[in-house]
Design a protein around this ligand. Sequence first.
Ligand SMILES: C[S@@+](CC[C@H](N)C(=O)[O-])C[C@H]1O[C@@H](n2cnc3c(N)ncnc32)[C@H](O)[C@@H]1O
Length: 280
Amino acid sequence: MTDQVTAATAPVAEEVGRMYDRMTLLAADFLGAEAAHGYNAHLGYWDTPESEFTFEEATDRLTDVMAERLRISAGDRLLDVGCGVGAPAVRLARRTGAAVTGISVSQEQVARANELARSTSLLEHVSFQRADAMRLPFADASFDSVFALESMPHMPDRAQVLREMRRVLRPGGRIVLTDFYRRPAPAPDVHPLRRTMGSTTAQLDEYPLLLRAAGLRFTEMLDITDETVHRSFAFLAEQAERMRLKLENPEATCYFNPQAVIDAPLLGYLLVVARRPERG
Ligand SMILES: C[S@@+](CC[C@H](N)C(=O)[O-])C[C@H]1O[C@@H](n2cnc3c(N)ncnc32)[C@H](O)[C@@H]1O
């Protein structure tokens, strides 16, 4: 399989939305009450190999590592692109006082995320809606910052999404995102995503160019593979084992045991920070 993104291989937003609808319903079955209280649908971050964080703590830690770079404060308007079931947005609103708008292509996720917001005292500060990052339904310059935690791998066209992010950002506003990138493979047909999860991987050196082409300024790029990928996938594989996943259910396998579909040694993880210039 090649990861050259073409019209034939690019993820399709509606299909990704349906995949997350089904995964969200499956998660409710598998996780029960935990799912009702929101969960992070992203990798964990352990600062050092000695860190004793649980997977759950480490997933919050990744949200916090990104939040430190957003530089938002009370009253700021933050857009969360690809919000999952809302746990990162609620955490960001609670810790910063910012007003957070989350979007997802999955109606089921949006419904859970709004339930989560209702169950907190943050209803006025956090809201979720179904929308496609390729065509953001927001006015120009309507946000102070944009956050995208692990949603970029699903985007049909990274360049178009970055242009849309720039458009809705105020001049000087920041974007903080994470994305998968592919590490060198021993042979061209060895690929980090063995079966489709509606995802593609970026190239390590692609971001500065993509950002510049979208009219953004490159600020920072960190390779956080060592802090995230291996421990997260080890945990997810163990969890799948503990839950005695019915492996004949391919959707459940993808969601709870990504190790079955991802060649973790070939998968890299990037944290990227950019900003919209004050002028232009
Ligand atoms: C791996 S999940 C991450 C969810 C959330 N950020 C979290 O960390 O818990 C990817 C998210 O991206 C969203 N997504 C994928 N394609 C999208 C698109 N074209 N527009 C908006 N959201 C999209 C999915 O619906 C899902 O919510």
